[in-house]
Write a protein that binds this ligand. Structure first.
Ligand code: FUL
Length: 736
């Protein structure tokens, strides 16, 4: 089964010996490189990076019960009604997936609190769960301590309850006054300078602040003084709604947080951990932890950094200051962040999770994987099964280093460091080349020939992040062959390649800031690689499944159930003019073991639909079954089905190029036999695509009941950005 030699499409023979190149670096550039190499993590960041690679997000709250992604703030606490909250089951499962921390949404944008805060009635206190005596955070903290897991907290700065309710504090235009934290809840509004007794030994604070920030600071105080050590706090930047020009007094928040929990990291809207820039769990190919800022860090308010390139030399040249700002890649195990029963069959497979592990942890980011509990307050069995298998495979693949026992020689070594350090399994120790000696090579001779398909490298981040360009070669049949090349390493880099068998390897560092450094080198083998089936469809309705290798069979169903080894085998494209729910699973030919599954809801064949009004620019692109093209224009559009047909709902794929402009946020849809919408018509469906800006996935909307109509009229009441009108990558009309 193991390939005896190397197979990659882009084989390149590399010159067998490397001639030393004079390093013509100007003094000015040297000084710049030294400055960049000196950007290093704080103690808290170092602790976080070295302890937390894969960890969990738990999105749980009112939305779990209303089946939404973003709430409204107008919910009733009585809607929070889990049958039980089995935090022990969450913690055990997450532990089995190899996770080290659990971060829970104690307050999401809707404002409902999962702990009994003294400063609001909009919390578990007034829910039927445990007759108002429960505290989700307490249960989670206890469960995590029992499983030796760290705890993180997501506290949403946006707060719809405080916006919508009459006595709400958010945007109430109150004045900034002397405030004691913790404030006496009885005099919160009348005498905020009056404090309440602090828990034993806890510091107290004096701030000058308005009522919403007072509320927020007091909640932070409760969370950071009553639940033991908290490792990470997460401030999201999203704002479903704004009011009264409410500002956040970040400097006060950070001061309170750092004083109460000196080892914590402040993530996203904070200086310690950077949002990777998407909600797909994927870091950049070149992910730099040192970034440049236009202001000194103390004066900065940490906007999202979503650019394709961050932190390379040219990007940093004009920066006012430099800052260690490592990336965290977040994604949900399901399409949404909160639990929705309809997504039970769309749980990411262990293969997909392993792939995301490489694209996050293996690209110098951490992997924050969301697993949402259901209405029972439990993790669903599909999520549990996938997580357990993921954890098992992580241990199998990365638990053992096939490069152990190797002999290493370096072409240049800084005094006091040693090439041996890269296989000593101690992250603290490292090898480093002498300054300005690139290209530098590390030659690795293994005790015996091994087969591998994952190459792992780690820089010692106390030395900053330095490597800018490197390649890995193997001696194959007497010649050095390049296996792969990349730019950054950072805390960890994993490079996936095809199977290679070799005994001698060479890492060639071509470019680095001052000098390359390496703490660990590993070779690993992933025997599980299974293809994730890709569903594609042509405009005439023919459906085909891609991504099969000869070792896998694809089997499918059309009724929403999971394929089994008896389901029909895919041989050639299937004609589905009316669409339906298509589910495909890859099965290993040898053992019939199920691999990843993909599922998609398809509507009428796109060539039976026509855009008759709106989307003036490239209207056909909305119906071309290509996700990378999009149509745009206007604030409404009409689809003609040709004749009156059954319509069960629609699908909307927002533009996929990373630019949110024109994405529909709030809509009305009218199904009608008239080619125009009349004034008296009522929408068949109206709503908001929650969180579509950050997570622009396909939206599937079903009508309350199927209708019979020839036209579907879409009206956007709110779109994101606003330069080119509505944008639509794909629109579909569901028959079933
Ligand atoms: C986003 C939020 O708006 C989502 O609801 C979710 O919490 C995600 C992790 O962050 O920006």
């Amino acid at each position: 089964m193991f390939a005896s030699s190397f197979r990659l499409p882009f084989l390149a023979l590399v010159i067998a010996s490397i001639a030393p190149v004079a390093h013509g670096v100007s003094e000015e550039e040297k000084a710049f490189e030294e400055k960049l190499a000196a950007v290093v993590p704080s103690d808290a960041q170092y602790r976080w990076q070295t302890n937390h690679e894969v960890y969990a997000f738990i999105h749980f709250g009112i939305n779990t019960f209303t089946d939404r992604e973003w709430g409204t703030g107008k919910e009733n606490p009585r809607q929070f009604a889990p049958e039980k909250v089995d935090a022990r089951q969450w913690a055990r499962t997450l532990k089995s997936a190899g996770m080290s921390m659990v971060m829970v949404t104690v307050k999401h944008h809707d404002g409902f609190c999962l702990w009994p805060s003294r400063y609001t009635e909009h919390s578990v206190k007034n829910s039927p769960w445990k007759n108002g005596q429960g505290d989700v955070l307490r249960e989670l903290v206890d469960a995590c301590r029992a499983e030796n897991l760290a705890v993180g907290i997501y506290l949403s700065p946006a707060d719809l309850f405080q916006i919508e309710n009459e006595a709400g504090l958010y945007g109430d235009e109150s004045t900034y006054v002397e405030t004691a934290i913790p404030t006496d809840p009885a005099t919160f509004k009348t005498d905020p300078a009056k404090g309440r007794p602090a828990p034993m030994g806890a510091p107290t604070f004096q701030f000058k602040t308005d009522s919403y920030n007072r509320y927020f600071l007091n909640q932070l105080y409760e969370l950071l003084t009553e639940y033991g050590t908290i490792d990470e706090i997460w401030f999201d930047g999203a704002h479903p709604k704004r009011k009264g020009n409410q500002q956040y007094t970040y400097a006060e928040w950070y001061k309170l947080i750092r004083t109460l929990q000196p080892n914590i990291v402040i993530a996203i809207k904070g200086p310690d951990v950077r949002w990777v820039g998407n909600e797909r769990g994927i870091a950049r190919e070149s992910e730099w932890s040192p970034v440049g800022l236009p202001l000194p860090p103390e004066a900065y308010n940490w906007p999202d950094m979503t650019g394709r390139v961050l932190g390379n030399r040219d990007n940093l040249r004009n920066s006012k200051s430099f800052h260690w700002y490592p990336a965290e890649a977040d994604v949900s195990i399901r399409p949404g962040w909160f639990y929705h029963a309809k997504e039970d069959s769309r749980v990411k497979s262990p293969e997909t999770l392993l792939d995301l592990y490489i694209k996050s942890v293996g690209r110098n980011a951490s992997f924050l994987l969301n697993v949402p509990p259901n209405k029972q307050g439990m993790l669903h069995e599909n999520d549990v099964a996938s997580l357990k298998e993921f954890g098992q495979r992580l241990r199998d693949i990365y638990g053992k280093n096939l490069a152990a026992g190797a002999t290493i020689t370096a072409s240049s070594t800084l005094d006091g460091t040693s090439a041996k350090a890269v296989v000593d399994r101690k992250y603290e120790t490292y090898w480093e080349a002498a300054p300005w000696t690139t290209p530098v090579t590390l030659e690795i001779t293994l005790p015996k020939t091994v087969t591998f398909n994952r190459i792992l490298l780690q820089e010692q981040i106390k030395r900053g992040q330095r490597v800018e360009k490197f390649s890995v070669e193997a001696m194959i049949n007497g010649n050095w062959r390049k296996l792969t090349e990349a730019t950054t390493i950072g805390y960890k880099r994993i490079l996936p390649i095809g199977d290679v068998s070799a005994k001698q390897l060479r890492i060639r560092f071509d470019e680095a800031r001052v000098a390359p450094t390496l703490a660990e080198f590993g070779l690993h083998y992933d025997p599980y690689q299974a293809p994730t089936p890709i569903i594609s469809r042509s405009p005439n309705g023919a459906v085909s499944f891609g991504s099969v290798s000869s070792q896998w069979t694809l089997r499918y169903t059309l009724d929403g159930t999971k394929p089994n080894p008896g389901s029909p085998e895919y041989k050639s494209s299937i004609s589905l003019p009316e669409g339906g729910t298509v589910t495909v699973t890859a099965f290993g030919k040898k053992d019939n073991k199920a691999g990843p599954t993909t599922t998609q809801e398809l509507g009428y064949a796109k060539n039976t639909l026509k855009i008759t009004t709106g989307l003036e620019k490239g209207g056909a692109a909305a119906l071309d079954e290509k996700s990378d093209t999009f149509a745009s224009g206007g604030d409404s559009f009409t689809i003609d089905l040709g004749s009156s047909k059954r319509i069960a709902g629609f699908t909307y794929l927002p533009r996929q190029d990373g630019n949110p402009s024109g994405i529909i946020d709030t809509y009305e849809v009218y199904a009608s036999d008239n080619s125009k919408v009349g004034n008296a018509d009522k929408p068949t469906k109206a709503g908001r695509f929650d969180n579509i800006e950050n997570n622009p996935i396909e939206q599937v909307v079903r009508f309350d009941q199927p209708v019979q109509a020839r036209y579907l009229h879409f009206k956007a009441n709110k779109i994101l950005g606003n330069r080119e009108g509505i944008t639509v990558a794909e629109i579909g009309v569901l028959a079933k």
